[in-house]
Write a protein that binds this ligand. Sequence first.
Ligand code: GLC
Length: 559
Amino acid sequence: MKKRSIDWWRSATIYQIYPKSFCDSGSRGTGDIQGIISQLDYLELLGVEALWLTPVYSSPMIDNGYDISDYYNINPDFGSMADFDLLLAEMKKRDIRLIMDIVVNHTSTEHAWFQSALGDKKSPYRDYYIWKDPINGQAPTNWASKFGGSAWQLDEATDQYYLHLFAKEQADLNWENPQVREEVKKIISFWAEKGVDGFRLDVINLISKPAEYEHDDIGDGRRFYTDGPNVHRYLQEISKSVFQKYGCVTVGEMSSTTLEHCQQYSAKDGKELSMVFNFHHLKIDYENGEKWSKTAFNFIELKSIFNYWQQGLHNDGWAALFWCNHDQPRIVSRLGCDQHYRVESAKMLASALHMMQGTPYIYQGEEIGMTNPGYTSIEQYRDVESINNYSILVNEKGIEPALALDILAQKSRDNSRTPMQWNSSKNAGFSKVTPWISVADNYLEINAKQAVSNPNSVFHHYRKLISLRKEIAVISSGDFTDLQPKHAQLFCYQRKSATQTLIAINNFYSQVVHYTLPESVDVARGAYLLSNYEDCMQQLPTQHMVLKAYESRILLIEH
Ligand code: GLC
């Protein structure tokens, strides 16, 4: 195996696998670990350096594995520990690293700790969770669960409520209890000892709850526990005892966070984490901050958010770059045009993101331009959050079912959880039997087999982006300037280092744009690195250009 530097991830691209929807090696209709192994050659061809595997531990699967009932075992639906060990070995052979998902803000209510704590104030595990007395016969605060409804659930036997920031089957752990932190270290060490290379930490900035549980008069409670009082101290503690000891790469999922906190989470000294996911750039199609709404995206705001984070983390942190994951709709359906310019817009969006500073993540299917499936009935949905919110929209907010379905079709997490489209055979080659969630109808046209065989496909565009990041230093090191922050159609930014300047010009719309680069850009010394239109690559760069629908051009100037 090639020797890699300790911060290999700064010029790497990581691929996210949602195992339930990736590849079914058997006939269950759900993906599994053997299925992943069977596709490693495909991932090697793509060129990614690491895989992030969403949870495969024992779980009742209320939230598809983000409700863990045993951190030391593999969910039999996904396979066995032997399958897992084989996956790791096969990945090592191909020099692909493995990043596991660690969910320690909460456990499943089926976890043995919670089962012991429930109904028994004297249980040694009672204090592993957060229990509060009712106030006037009601929940202790008005905090909302992120999946809808109250964040508190009553344990009738003891007349106390437990906190669950997500589903009621996901009880929040009490990180103030040092024993809980010891358990977390033990869990992470167990997987690191197996040879896992890194960890993605689920909603990790929510672990530190406040000393007082207050009613939130102006919100849903998140301001009291987001980036909470001891979060940095806890992360430093875990990092020192496990992440640094094993040399792990770590990425923290940060919910509703701030730049200042992220600078600290991902500071260069490596005392907390390697890098951070934040979600501000994906709230640009939330009407007045409300996810469950249907609205167009705000392009100027999108650029301003990227600018703020790119500049804020340059030299002072490290970003995980992403458009898609298992909680987000498909980007080509969201910001691109999946009807008329699917290939062009998928490539443009990829370039626009991958030329920024940070570590890009590709979510399964994004590399072939998979779209939202366009479900039209609530029966097609499986996701606990989507189903809860459909009921809130229709039953509590009085929204017409047809509109509520339209909103789900735009916002639901199931948009990205449809089976990976491998080929044009039945069930898109995902499974021999009917999949747990319906395949998008367009799999005959959009599938990995077709994409690999077509040199002009979205897949080959991603391959190129992955290899450019390894070859061209300015992509991982340069600073960031938005050259046209107010332009209504173009996202045109510059990356600069002492020896190179890279310009990324991206038309986010279908209308043709005439554009002249600023005089300061020495076009005569430049060459195009990549475009999504072939004729561009045959031209010498000029100051003035005419950009076609969703056209993207990447220009490199050596000083
Ligand atoms: C994260 C996961 C999401 C999960 C939630 C609760 O946001 O990405 O899928 O539902 O945490 O664990």
